[in-house]
Design a protein around this ligand. Sequence first.
Ligand code: ATP
Ligand code: MG
Length: 564
Amino acid sequence: MEINKENFNSEEKKNLNFIEAIVEKDLQEGKNDGRVQTRFPPEPNGYLHIGHAKAICLDFGVAQEYGGVCNLRFDDTNPVKEDVEYVDSIMEDIQWLGYHWGEVYYASDYFAQLWDFAVQLIKKGKAYVDEQTADEIARQKGTPTQPGIESPYRNRPIEESLTLFEKMNSGEIEEGKMILRAKIDMAASNMHFRDPILYRVIKTPHHRTGSTWKAYPMYDFAHGQSDYFEGVTHSLCTLEFVVHRPLYDWFIDQLMTDDYRPRQYEFNRLNLTYTVMSKRKLLQLVQEKYVSGWDDPRMPTICGLRRRGYTSQSIRNFVNLIGYTKYEAINDILLLEHAIREDLNAKAMRVSGVVDPIKLVLTNYPEGETEMLEAVNNPEDETMGSRQVAFSRELWIEREDFMEDAPKKYFRLTPGNEVRLKNAYIVKCTGCRKDGEGKVTEVYAEYDPQTRSGMPEANRKVKGTIHWVSVPHSLDAEVRLYDRLFMVEDPSAEKEKDFRELLNPESLIVKADCKVEAYLKDAKPLDSFQFQRIGYFNVDKDSVPGKLVFNRTVSLKDSWKKNA
Ligand code: ATP
Ligand code: MG
């Protein structure tokens, strides 16, 4: 058996996860003629979130690793919630994550085949049309320890079910008035076998098939069969489908004409602290305008994370770090933040940005003079080179880098104290000016001309280094500081409260009067930078010439490392 290891980086990944172990075993045993075929099956009813990224990395990753193919299949069986807008965004996000599908399929492509199969089941006496209400059917379900009650329509003549099933699809039957059910076993210990629903009537037009169909298959009736039609070998999904697996197999048993069978395997979902992951809840946040859209940088969506400044590499690294198991857990968002810091630390150019500016005047520096100083672009990567940064008598510094009455351990600007201005000179604070209310409006210092980098006194030890931007050379910017979207670790666990009450009111703080260095003039949306001493920022799509807008991707401090 030839195993394609082309894309398998053994440096990064030493142990097989349990799914890979299953695939390798199947290959060794010659199953499926050595074929590996997976699929990623999103329902186009929302944007992809980071949980989907976990499924994508596995579905596409396994196919890649073993020389197989992963197809993209839209599970579009409920026209009420689905839309092409979602189809397009899903494709964009998968590609951005760095994956390529083989074919694009739609469950709706199989509506005719699924219909024929349903008719076949009716003819075999294995399905019937039920006219009870949803409530009645739910009441008859029983409990895991108590058998259900058989529907009075269960044993109606086959011909009658066939006629009614036709009517369910012709528009004659109103929504909710009839459903098609499999006739299996109302006493089965697996509740999914208690005459599961196969078809329901939906009159909303479908985004692809229009009004051709009015009877739509349920997920359970569409998914396994679609896998079978396509030749999927390993159908990977999340743990909540474990209890559906016997039904998945049952339908294929009824359908198969040869030895080939797709197999379903389940892994744990990705759950993240301080956010929600359900598309229904995310849609609510969008529709009710708690966030600016699906791509609001606070959202756990792929497009939100991208806009926030997350790289696809960092998301793949994060997914690789948390791994795949058979146990549900909640993952610490600090680990995701760790992954982006690590990636940007290696890649992002260091620049100067002042979020809360106050003016520093170097009283002994010649007025009107400008000198150019060298700044290293990224100390982690010397191939990124260096640039020239303008320095002058008036500089913007962070307001919090000056204190008039400072405590002992304050090593920044305070009267009488020396600090180094990053990439420039050592300066000694001489005082400040205040307005009528005592608010500091300007800070004064004297620079030491002997202390510029490369000069004899350059190595003189001072305890603090602060960043700055030359006033006449600075650009105005708006900076958006993001914090956790929710105030509690696991919003879904708080059953008493509506999740919307748990939103963090300070998840977005806008700083409108920031100053950044001139180098950023031509920065484009999505470009990432490290604002020295503050964090990683990227350019937002709201940025326009003359008014740059930056998102804080993540602050510099890594509390994950410390905790670990
Ligand atoms: P949601 O519950 O958020 O609406 P879903 O499961 O209905 O998500 P689908 O579009 O049906 O969303 O999901 C497509 C694939 O992504 C499925 O295989 C599903 O198991 C997987 N998936 C969805 N959410 C997660 C998650 N949080 N972690 C891992 N995989 C996920
Ligand atoms: Mg789903």
